[in-house]
Design a protein around this ligand. Structure first.
Ligand code: ADP
Ligand code: MN
Length: 275
């Protein structure tokens, strides 16, 4: 098939510009041909001027660092993005194992029922997953919860604003070294972010923890919202309780006084969902 040929050709070019090298992890990350084709097309359209270094290789996704090209200015939603702006490019994995794991978040999501029932196809599924993260990020953004601004989605590749400076990503809360005062501040911001996500965005994060919060310019930045569900999802309560427990576990080791899991849960839920 022509598609595959193109992908292979693109793969060779991609290999030549260093797409396949993970600069931080010891394992070599090999991108599948379709992913390379998408990245190659984005490069061709000048969405990125450069795609370099790997920021993270996870179970579910790899995240790359890139610099914007002038192609983003041709798109209405991103026409304000200057050339050479730092970007984070999240590439979701299509493996069947990851796919099975995601079901519990997608089942019961009314936003995705149509798309989901039509596909047990992993490629469709992973695209849906990427789309879900895009929409959730948009919602956070729209309601003033600090998170990377999502810019562009192509298949299972999500391009977003890079959180960090001079090519260095902001540390995860887990890795950041904060003074006791900063930690208190981070704690309050974290509780407020969790509440705002629920009451304003009507979302439950579902994996809210020190691993998915970045500390940047003295602010908490929420990331990794692909699994986040609507507040009325059948398992929303269970996920929210877990999110509260994660906050409590982390900060109880860092701060002198923190809310109990129940008190935090009540704080998040108080007054229900606001408009
Ligand atoms: P995963 O599903 O692999 O956990 P995440 O969305 O949490 O995916 O991203 C993995 C890591 O990549 C994060 O812990 C963070 O270090 C980095 N990262 C993700 N998005 C950004 C971003 N917009 N800016 C800077 N770093 C990011
Ligand atoms: Mn994560």
């Amino acid at each position: 098939k022509n598609d595959v040929k193109n992908a292979q050709r693109a793969a060779h070019k991609a290999a030549n510009i260093g797409l396949c090298q993970d600069t931080r992890a010891t394992t070599e990350q090999v991108l599948d041909p379709r992913t390379r084709l998408i990245l190659f097309k984005l490069l061709q359209r000048n969405a990125f001027a450069k795609l370099e270094g790997c920021l993270s290789t996870g179970k579910e996704a790899n995240v790359y660092y890139a610099l914007s090209g002038d192609g983003l200015r041709d798109i209405e939603a991103t026409k304000d993005i200057p050339t050479n702006a730092p970007l984070a490019v999240k590439v979701y994995k299509t493996s069947i194992l990851v796919f099975r794991d995601r079901r519990r978040y997608v089942d019961g999501e009314h936003r995705f029922e149509k798309g989901y029932t039509s596909g047990k196809n992993p490629r469709k599924m992973v695209q849906l997953w990427a789309e879900k993260e895009l929409r959730n990020y948009k919602r956070l953004h729209a309601h003033g919860v600090r998170a990377p601004r999502p810019l562009l989605l192509k298949g299972h590749v999500l391009v977003m604003e890079f959180v960090g400076s001079q090519g260095w990503p902001a540390p995860r809360l887990h890795d950041a070294s904060l003074s006791p005062d900063e930690m208190e501040d981070a704690y309050v911001q974290t509780c407020v972010a969790l509440r705002a996500m629920f009451s304003r965005c009507k979302l439950v994060h579902g994996d809210f923890s020190e691993y998915n919060l970045l500390w940047f310019e003295n602010e908490i930045v929420v990331i990794d919202v692909s699994q986040s569900v609507e507040w009325d999802h059948p398992r929303a309560t269970e996920f929210l309780r877990k999110d509260c427990a994660n906050v409590r576990d982390f900060f109880s080791r860092k701060c002198e006084r923190v809310l109990s899991v129940k008190a935090l849960y009540d704080f998040v839920m108080r007054d229900g969902v606001a408009d």
